[in-house]
Write a protein that binds this ligand. Structure first.
Ligand SMILES: Cc1ncc(COP(=O)(O)O)c(C=O)c1O
Length: 434
């Protein structure tokens, strides 16, 4: 046990954060009063005073199979005592097995290969370089309201201004109208969004592109699902312009959406590149690009590595995550428990005009709060108030979207039906009088 003294008091933590964190790190504070967490188990968290919460955020979708899952913990513990790190220059069986096991989760057909990173943004950057290397084109299409990460490459692909800093980001990235049936500029007219792709290709690019990147379900954007028919048709257009399809499954992957292991599988389309992170490691730093061999082979002539990519501790965690998803039937559970949770939200919408939209699938859900259902004006202040109340009622949720008027629910996939009952009561109380 470490003997370093640790001050758990709220005041002490707040003071040190204020004094020693850079502004860029300090500003990420959801609640008015800091929430200090000391312990997690399954879908539950405990604060420093011993109060229990139902975790509907999963540490921003990182906790896929549950906090401190014993199988994951044991796998990491075993690896940590043998060899915590092994650079990819040398051989080690754990990442090699994990690559094989990940490939087995991909749809049959293509010859898939894996490149491990230590975060989602690193994986997004790699996917970008891979698409450009393979196609020999440089322009990229992306969607407004998308989030792909904070590194310069990933930030350049991100379509939410709050995450785009006033620095020279990459050129040649074109953000297109987001096919969002609720708030998108063409409403639920999917063809109009597809026509926008043609116009963008014609007007904003040299006519050839490296690719299109999409989240099949936008996460930080507020759980916005791609409408049926969009992704396949979009991919066809992009391929006709020389590009590839990159799917960002960082939030939506690993069975969370319930119907399929990868959210893109709901769209009958085969991407050339799939990016994954977060839930892949259940809290251990890990990301991966899984690509079709011919696409990945385009980078064979140069070095590309992230020092901790393929780290055996993280890959041991990743292997255990896949095992637990299977052993505990967590994809099916996401589907069933997610359906029950969505029903709770739909019932709540019946009683509260403030809830303009309920959406998502599996355990990737959201409610959007509006002050007027007709104009859809974002209910920003009310959302902030209800968000604070959800905490008082023992829930940890996320306030998301460009206007911060969306409550996003992405719990660990081990959430139970009993938890759903508790969530229903807690939400009812949080919305009381609103
Ligand atoms: C959809 C999506 N892509 C990429 C990223 C970047 O991942 P990371 O924060 O691990 O760099 C995130 C992070 O939130 C994300 O939600």
């Amino acid at each position: 046990m470490s003997t370093l003294p640790t001050d758990w008091s709220s005041a002490g933590i707040a003071e040190r954060r204020e004094r020693y964190y850079a502004a860029s790190q300090r500003s990420f504070m959801p609640y008015r009063k800091p929430l200090i967490l000391s312990r997690g188990e399954g879908a539950h968290l405990w604060d420093e005073s011993g109060r229990r919460y139902i975790d509907l955020l999963g540490m921003n979708v990182c906790i896929s199979v549950g906090h401190c899952h014993p199988v994951v913990t044991a796998a990491v513990q075993q690896q940590i005592t043998q060899l915590p790190h092994c650079t990819t220059m040398f051989g080690h069986p754990v990442p090699a097995h994990f690559a094989q096991e990940l490939v087995a989760r991909m749809p049959a057909g293509p010859d898939w290969v894996v490149h491990f990173t230590s975060s989602g943004a690193e994986a997004i950057d790699l996917a970008l370089v891979m698409a450009q290397s393979f196609t020999r084109h440089s322009d990229m299409l992306a969607l407004r309201n998308a989030y792909h990460g904070a590194t310069l490459g990933a930030q350049s692909l991100t379509g939410i201004s709050a995450f785009r800093h006033e620095v020279p980001l990459l050129g040649g990235v074109h953000h297109m109208a987001n096919p969002d049936p609720y708030r998108g500029i063409f409403g639920d007219d999917t063809q109009a969004y597809l026509d926008e792709i043609d116009r963008t290709l014609q007007c904003a690019t040299p006519g050839r592109v490296a690719g299109l990147i999409v989240e099949p379900v936008q996460g930080y954007g507020g759980i916005v699902e791609l409408p049926a028919g969009y992704l396949k048709a979009a991919a066809d257009k992009v391929r006709a312009a020389g590009g590839v399809l990159i799917v960002d499954e960082v939030q939506s992957g690993f069975g969370r959406t319930g119907d399929s292991f990868w959210a893109f599988e709901a769209h009958a389309v085969m991407p050339e590149i799939v990016v994954m992170a977060k839930g892949i490691g259940n809290g251990y730093p890990l990301g991966a690009v899984v690509a079709q061999r011919a696409v990945a082979d385009s980078m064979a002539g140069k070095f590309y590595f992230n020092t901790y990519g393929a780290n055996p501790m993280s890959c041991a965690a990743g292997r255990a995550v896949l095992q637990v998803i299977d052993d505990e039937g967590l994809q099916r559970r996401s589907q069933q428990v997610g359906a029950a949770l969505k029903q709770v939200l739909l019932d709540l919408q019946q009683r509260h005009a403030l809830i303009g939209d309920v959406r998502g699938r599996g355990l990737m859900l959201a409610i959007e709060l509006v002050s007027d259902r007709r104009t859809k004006a974002p209910a920003v202040a009310q959302t902030a108030e209800i968000f604070e109340r959800t905490r008082e009622q023992g829930l940890v949720v996320s306030r998301s979207g460009a206007h911060k008027n969306i409550l996003r629910l992405v719990p660990p996939m081990c959430l139970s039906m009993a938890d759903v009952d508790e969530v229903a009561t807690a939400f009812e109380r949080a919305f009381d009088g609103c």
